[in-house]
Design a protein around this ligand. Structure first.
Ligand SMILES: Cc1cc2nc3c(=O)[nH]c(=O)nc-3n(C[C@H](O)[C@H](O)[C@H](O)COP(=O)(O)O)c2cc1C
Length: 170
């Protein structure tokens, strides 16, 4: 069995999870999305890791994914929001939908997200220009503080479990 892990990561959160997943995937090639092959026919499972950018997989992942055909896929990723939030569910659904046009022949086995620390520079800009859209509530402060601790070892283990479950289904 051959497997591929493709990840996109600006600040390292998604890369950390990708590295953990690659440890449990058989005959695994781990590549950043910038180096990812355009054809993935030869792989039995392709894990696609993205960071959430304004409610969807980041642009580099979207651009690469647009060319993926005849692949068995799982998605994983990191975001600032709670992983069990409606926002996270919508992000996962959007990611999966991007691979699912029937003519492309892809199969999606599932998605998994965990929190990832948000770049302080981004938080600063948001506070200045988008303070109205994202007011600093107690709930938001707590969520950002929790995100700052992730991805942690437990997230990496859960990502590995997610990959193992997908492998069992092949
Ligand atoms: C420009 C930008 C947009 C973001 N948009 C969202 C978002 O819509 N929802 C969310 O939960 N997190 C959002 N985040 C937080 C990132 O998804 C999160 O910090 C992620 O772990 C970054 O991953 P990386 O270290 O692999 O780049 C955003 C971050 C940036 C920089």
């Amino acid at each position: 069995m051959k497997t591929l892990v493709v990840y996109s990561s600006l600040t390292g959160n998604t890369k950390k999870v990708a590295q953990a997943m690659a440890e449990v995937m058989p005959e695994c090639t781990l590549v950043s999305v910038e180096e990812a092959p355009s054809r993935v026919d030869g792989y039995d499972l392709v894990a696609v890791g993205y960071w959430v950018d304004r409610g969807m997989p980041d642009g580099r992942t979207r651009a690469w994914l647009a060319g993926v055909e005849r692949a068995r896929l799982i998605f994983f990723g990191t975001l600032g929001a709670w992983p069990d939030s409606e926002h996270a569910k919508e992000c996962m659904a959007r990611g999966e939908a991007m691979a699912m046009e029937p003519s492309r022949g892809n199969t999606v086995l599932g998605s998994w997200l965990c929190q990832g620390k948000i770049d302080p520079k981004v938080l600063e800009v948001m506070a200045r220009v988008a303070g109205g859209a994202h007011p600093m509530t107690e709930e938001r402060r707590a969520r950002i503080q929790e995100a700052a601790k992730h991805p942690d070892d437990d997230d990496c283990r859960r990502a590995q479990d997610f990959a193992r479950l997908a492998l069992e289904r092949i």
